[in-house]
Write a protein that binds this ligand. Structure first.
Ligand code: ADP
Ligand code: MG
Length: 621
């Protein structure tokens, strides 16, 4: 098979179109992406050579070389890493494997122009070459293949590429960029050098450039431009904050500084180093949850890159963490299957989890504002840990913050510890209410009696809260209680009052039951209300009405349950019902008491038109 011309897969063509038409800022990112690929290729070869030393026998000095040609107006990035076969070239740069690409396309075509610097997070970094080049040539030979197995790929990024056979003396890949007319700034050695320093200083392989003599490269003399060290293996005291930040940016293909990091070395029966970063903003793959292979945490063994092992090294709820784990004692020939059953790895995973939680605790204590930023980016992800990680449940709960009846507004949040510190004499539970918005939570009639007694109620209105609360029954020995659930009397005095009120209201309750028939499971006198005439009460295992509504809207089957209606006999409307002699009018009143309770609970009204007619009849007297 010699020369052939092929069309890009439709999605690649789309990416290329957007890349060449939308990415004007930070064009220089292409260099970081090509170096990142070259470094990955060296990592892969080093890993394969563990099993087959002959692969690197002729040339064990893995490296990346960057050069420029002012006359031809080209830049080339060369590595002596793993290289690609013809099929691999087609599979890796003619098609797109990652399903993150869809999201990339959406992000790029959306309102806000996605930043070019994010391109690597989507697994399409290679195409950033076309931001500065109108033609890209890739010449590559797979390690272990003969000289004649070379492949030449070339494209102008407009829909087609050509493939050719070629002889290549050395294994590895060279990417040649034929620069667009106005991109001459990249033909200057100092410019390339400063970009390597800025974006790729901590790539673990040496990046070399020829000496610059009067603007031309001198191929007889190569200099190493980057630090080329495994940053994590150096002592903490010798690493500056800027070095950590630069390392993170290259690792995460991010352009923001990390929010925080934690770097630790464990010595002992099992020795390992962890360097873990918490980003400032959610990485783009975050919301894709567990559906895709998670990246971002790299496993090294004695400085040899083994694999992306985010899933093996961190629980799902910490999937925003980026970093490196370097273990001394794992077998070098590990496969993913072996890894998953490895006891040592279990321990490393527990250690990573602990380190991240320690770090978050420290930020929450020392830098509350920074911590608030963390929670707004990752708080809902962290909440999944309450469900996922029973052994750290209390630690995670300690980090969470909620709006409260003692705060002002949704943004003024409190911790469980703040709450407990303010509990009133005789209070033994942590009270909360769930709803689908701050306003709905803060306005819940169910919390009136608690408010009147000066008892704080946490206002929970994130979608994950309800699910999370199913697993969080207590905190620091205090029961968590939903204000809308179960029996309510608070103490003996309340109980006596409640019983007396129920007795007095018996005829009213019987009447309401008769009027509402099978619309309700029960009607009773409420101890929860002071100002409102009615509210719904849930049994301990019943789903909140707003959640049931959301699930139904999402097409899920939710079992019907008949609401328990609680009424406040002190309220004028309820009194009016008690005294109403006209059955039709009494029926309207009883139904309206039920329906307004349903509305404040976020439930779906069964018959909105009937509700409106009833309301209008009552309004008109
Ligand atoms: P990513 O690096 O996230 O996989 P890229 O678009 O940067 O996405 O690269 C696509 C793929 O092309 C890589 O996964 C790799 O298989 C292949 N590739 C790119 N550059 C090289 C290289 N220098 N050596 C070997 N393979 C490469
Ligand atoms: Mg890449």
């Amino acid at each position: 098979m010699s020369q052939e011309t092929r069309k890009f897969e439709a999605e690649v063509a789309q990416v290329l179109h957007l890349v060449t038409h939308s990415l004007y800022s930070h064009k220089e990112i292409f260099l970081r992406e090509l170096i990142s690929n070259a470094s990955d290729a060296c990592d892969k070869l080093r890993f394969e050579a563990l099993a087959d030393a002959s692969l690197t026998a002729d040339d064990a000095d893995l490296r990346i070389q960057i050069t420029w040609d002012p006359d031809a107006r080209t830049i080339s990035v060369r590595d002596n890493g793993i290289g690609m076969t013809r099929d691999e070239v087609v599979a890796n740069i003619g098609t797109i494997a990652s399903s993150g690409t869809r999201r990339y396309l959406e992000a790029l075509s959306g309102e806000q122009k996605a930043d070019a610097r994010l391109i690597g997070q989507f697994g399409v970094g290679f195409y950033s070459a076309f931001v500065v080049a109108d033609k890209v040539t890739v010449v590559t030979r797979r390690a272990g293949q003969p000289t004649s197995a070379g492949v030449r790929w070339e494209s102008d990024g407009k829909g087609e590429y050509t493939l050719d056979e070629t002889d290549i003396a050395e294994r590895g890949t060279t990417v040649v960029l034929h620069l667009k007319a106005d991109e001459d700034e990249f033909l200057k050695a100092w410019q390339l050098r400063s970009l390597v320093k800025k974006y790729s200083d901590h790539v673990a392989f040496p990046i070399r450039m020829p000496k610059d003599t009067d603007g031309k490269p001198d191929p007889t003399e190569w200099e190493t431009v980057n630090s080329a060290s495994a940053l994590w293996s150096r002592p903490k005291s010798e690493i500056t904050d800027d070095e950590y930040k630069a390392f993170y940016k290259a690792l995460g293909h991010d352009f923001n500084d990390p929010l925080a990091w934690t770097h630790n070395r464990v010595e002992g029966s099992q020795s390992f180093t962890t360097l873990l970063f918490v980003p400032e903003q959610p990485p783009f793959d975050l919301m894709m949850g567990g559906r895709e292979e998670r990246k971002g945490l790299k496993l090294y063994i004695k400085r040899v890159f083994i694999m992306d092992a985010a899933e093996e090294l961190l629980p799902n709820y910490l999937r925003f963490v980026r970093g490196v784990v370097d273990a001394d004692d794992l077998p070098l020939n590990v496969s993913r299957e072996i890894l998953q059953q490895n006891r040592q790895l279990e321990k490393i995973k527990a250690a990573c989890t602990k380190r991240v939680l320690d770090l978050l605790e420290k930020i929450s204590r020392d830098e509350p504002e920074k911590f608030a930023g963390f929670l707004s980016a990752f708080g809902n992800t962290l909440k999944e840990g309450i469900v996922e990680d029973a052994s750290n449940r209390e630690r995670i709960a300690k980090l969470l913050r909620f709006a409260s009846t003692k705060g002002e507004g949704a943004a003024k949040t409190v911790s469980f510890d703040d709450y407990i510190g303010r509990m009133v004499v005789g209070q033994d539970a942590i009270w909360f209410v769930t709803a689908d918005s701050y306003a709905a939570a803060a306005g819940s009639p169910q919390l009136e009696a608690l408010k009147a007694k000066g008892i704080e109620v946490l206002l929970m209105f994130d979608r994950v809260d309800e699910w999370m609360l199913g697993y969080l029954n207590e905190y620091d020995g205090k029961r968590l209680r939903n204000v809308a659930k179960g029996e309510f009397p608070l103490d003996e005095a309340d109980k006596a009052k409640q019983e007396a009120a129920s007795k007095d209201a018996e005829p009213l309750i019987e009447r309401a039951k008769g009027l509402l028939g099978d619309r309700v499971g029960d009607v009773r006198v409420s101890a929860r209300l002071t100002d409102s005439p009615s509210c719904l009460a849930l049994s301990d295992y019943e789903m909140a009405p707003h959640l049931a509504r959301l699930l139904r809207e999402a097409g899920q089957d939710v079992p019907d349950s008949k609401p328990v209606l609680e009424v406040n006999p002190e309220h004028a409307l309820v009194k009016r019902l008690a005294n109403e002699t006209d059955d039709a009018k009494a029926s309207d009143l009883a139904n309206l008491l039920l329906e307004q309770a349903e509305i404040t609970a976020g439930a779906q009204l069964a018959d909105p038109a009937a509700f409106v007619q009833r309301m209008n009849r009552v309004l008109l007297g």
